[in-house]
Design a protein around this ligand. Structure first.
Ligand code: KIV
Ligand code: NA
Length: 264
């Protein structure tokens, strides 16, 4: 079985093959998703919400992330593994280097950071120090208290222009992958076309280079609530493996997300 690398994902974008991704937090689910052929697994700081039951992701620590990254790594043979840098673990470049090293040592192949222009130096520094970086723009959950709730971003022209501009700057600084969360379909399409790196969407419509969902949302078992952009694949199939297979198939065929799971 050939391992998925960042080169694989880049080639998929170039060949217009859609990338499938899920979050994972433990070895058992990671193995199951990997066996079904998922391309990418993210150890998301969403674990604060779906594992611990918090209202946001802010209490998650680098130790929490390293523990779950190691767990996921144990279950994976093929998928590309990305780990989130949690809240305030990358507020300065120096801090980011030390904390990113923890996640890389735990088995991540890339780390993800939330934000735009203020991160350019950090991203460049990480990349120069051999840590591949994934960006995250739009609804960045670590900023929930700045946004005043989990709200769709980039709805007016000025905001949209700003997100597009930051995406270009992040690519310039060296990110090799970008997650766009909860932005209008048109904006996500525009960004995906403007960048040469793969762009993975969540609540960002069907025109990105791939899709990611929080695994608990995809199974319809999240502790708190079910976001509009997510879909319950378990209730449709009645079987965990079949649910994953159907999610993968619908993403690959461009059927998910449909308009009802997108924003305009
Ligand atoms: O933490 C997470 O699960 C994420 C995804 C929603 C992209 O960042
Ligand atoms: Na996250």
């Amino acid at each position: 079985m050939k391992k998925v690398t960042i080169s694989t994902l880049l080639k998929m974008k170039q060949e217009k093959q859609l990338i499938t991704a899920l979050t994972a937090y433990d070895a058992s689910f990671a193995k199951l998703f990997d066996e079904q052929g998922i391309d990418l697994l993210l150890i998301g700081d969403s674990l604060g919400m779906v594992l611990r039951g918090d209202d946001d992701t802010l209490s998650v620590t680098i130790e929490n992330m390293a523990y779950h990254t190691r767990s996921v790594r144990q279950g994976v043979e093929r998928a590309f593994v990305v780990a989130d840098m949690p809240f305030m673990s990358y507020s300065t470049p120096e801090q980011a280097y030390l904390n990113a090293a923890e996640l890389m040592r735990a088995g991540a192949s890339m780390v993800k950071v939330e934000g735009g222009a203020w991160l350019l130096e950090t991203i460049k520094g990480l990349q120069e120090r051999s840590v591949p970086v994934c960006g995250h723009l739009g609804l960045t959950p670590q900023s929930v208290h700045v946004f005043g709730g989990f709200k769709v971003q980039g709805r007016d022209d000025l905001q949209a222009e700003n997100i597009l501009e930051q995406a270009k700057q992040l690519e310039q600084a060296g990110i090799q992958l970008l997650v766009l969360e909860c932005i209008p379909t048109d904006l996500a399409e525009q960004i995906s076309l403007a960048l040469s790196i793969p762009v993975i969407g969540i609540g960002a419509g069907a025109k990105t280079d791939g899709q990611i969902l929080v695994m608990h949302d995809m199974f319809g078992i999240s502790a708190n609530y079910m976001p509009k952009f997510s879909k319950n694949y378990l209730s449709q199939t009645g079987d965990i493996r079949k649910a994953v297979q159907q999610y993968i198939q619908e993403v690959q065929e461009g059927e998910f997300p449909s308009a009802e799971h997108s924003f305009n």
